[in-house]
Design a protein around this ligand. Structure first.
Ligand code: ADP
Ligand code: MG
Length: 251
């Protein structure tokens, strides 16, 4: 059996009478993109919050890199190597692209925000920041203002910032949202190569992206996983077709 880096075991979470997570189990393995799809309100974001540590499950556990992290907060989970991206607001728009990554690398070392100027002369920090920029192919933009980047490039920059934490897995909640056709296309290419370095649990509405990228897909309906499988298995699953995907989505 392939080893899981992230293992969600029998997670349940209710809001009053509403079961937002209903005994959910799924895992993420080395080298893969595992997509989590489902209609609005199915419980995708609620599940991601419980995995990241923003919300405690009523029942069940989250295992990461062989450790039970269920009671750890978001910071401790991030330190353990659980990467999360696309909180766009965390970028400093007036700073350069490189400065943003250096700030991330500082944070990863537990240093405070105030010491950016000396940090920009720290060879180790710069090397780590430049290497992260190379990985997301934003090297050529290192000295540009972050506000001058396109929406898609800012998302790649978020990934670069997250890479300075040396993540062992990524959680991504709708990375394609707000990107045009070309931006989505580039992001798909980017995530496709990133998976080999860091496996990704991907929540995404863009079905073309999901079916192009995902090694496995789990379908969430009313808080419960109704199917997990590869693209063909999900396309041809009768429960999935009737519960969620319209015929035209599957053509
Ligand atoms: P998705 O991300 O799949 O669209 P969510 O996880 O955001 O779904 O929501 C799942 C269900 O839980 C929805 O019915 C939503 O209204 C409800 N919900 C989410 N968060 C809360 C909360 N903090 N309090 C009460 N209900 C919530
Ligand atoms: Mg959501």
């Amino acid at each position: 059996m392939t080893e899981s880096i992230l293992d969600i075991r029998n997670i349940s979470k209710s809001f009053g009478a509403l079961k937002a997570s209903d005994n959910v189990s799924l895992d993420l393995r080395a080298g893969e993109i595992h997509a989590l799809i489902g209609p609005n309100g199915a419980g995708k974001s609620t599940l991601i919050k419980q995995i990241a540590g923003n919300m405690a499950p009523d029942q069940g556990s989250v295992w990461f890199d062989g450790q039970d992290v269920t009671t750890l907060d978001t910071v401790a989970r991030a330190r353990a190597g659980l990467g999360r991206t696309f909180q766009i607001s965390s970028l400093a728009m007036d700073y350069s692209v490189l400065q943003n990554v250096v700030l991330g690398a500082l944070g990863a070392r537990g240093k405070v925000f105030g010491f950016l100027r000396p940090a920009m002369k720290d060879a180790g920090l710069l090397e780590s920041a430049n290497s992260a920029l190379r990985q997301v192919e934003l090297e050529a933009f290192a000295h540009d203002r972050t506000s001058d980047l396109s929406h898609g490039q800012r998302r790649q920059l978020e990934v670069a910032v997250a890479l300075t934490m040396s993540p062992k897995a990524f959680l991504m909640d709708e990375p394609m949202a707000g990107l045009g056709a070309e931006g989505s296309h580039r992001m798909i290419g980017f995530l496709d190569s990133l998976r080999h370095q860091v496996p990704i649990l991907l929540v995404e509405h863009d079905m073309d992206a999901v079916f192009a990228l995902a090694d496995r897909i789990s379908v969430l309906v009313y808080g419960a996983v109704i199917a997990t499988g590869n693209a063909d298995e999900i396309r041809n699953n009768a429960d999935v077709r009737s519960a969620y995907l319209g015929e035209e989505d599957l053509a």
